[in-house]
Ligand binder design. Structure first.
Ligand code: ZN
Length: 131
């Protein structure tokens, strides 16, 4: 089954979407299988990271800003090449095992939608497979 979700994002940041993904799995009725979480945007991404200390989310954004700054030499007219680079670096999707009808995540793991060029109205897809 394919599910789609909409969200409004801040200028930059990580948004916890673990609850939405789990809700899709529960609705699908899949007990054993896997799911793909896919971000259909070129200046956003999906990742799995710590869900305990909120400072990890802000440090994640600061670290990417340092690693991929908005350079003067960029030609892209939209002026958001740094966001495009962050999007591809972090990646457009994650695959997660479903076991016992639940996401098989580590204790400290959450699934995050990553915004690098907001605020915008965004969406993501969850494809649930299994039985
Ligand atoms: Zn662009």
């Amino acid at each position: 089954m394919l599910f789609d979700f909409k969200l409004s994002t801040p200028s930059q940041g990580l948004i916890d979407i673990t609850g939405e993904v789990q809700a899709a799995i529960t609705e699908s009725g899949v007990n054993e299988g896997f799911c793909i979480v896919f971000c259909p945007h070129t200046t956003a991404a999906v990742t799995i990271n710590e869900n305990a200390d909120p400072d990890v989310k802000s440090d994640f954004v600061m670290g990417l800003d340092k690693a991929f700054p908005d350079l003067e030499g960029f030609d892209h007219a939209e002026g958001n090449s740094d966001a495009h680079i962050k999007s591809s670096t972090v990646g457009a999707s994650e695959t997660i095992i479903i076991s016992g009808g639940r996401l098989l995540l580590g204790t400290w793991q959450g699934i995050y939608f990553c915004e690098f060029d907001g605020p915008r109205n965004r969406k993501f897809y969850v494809k649930v497979m299994g039985g």
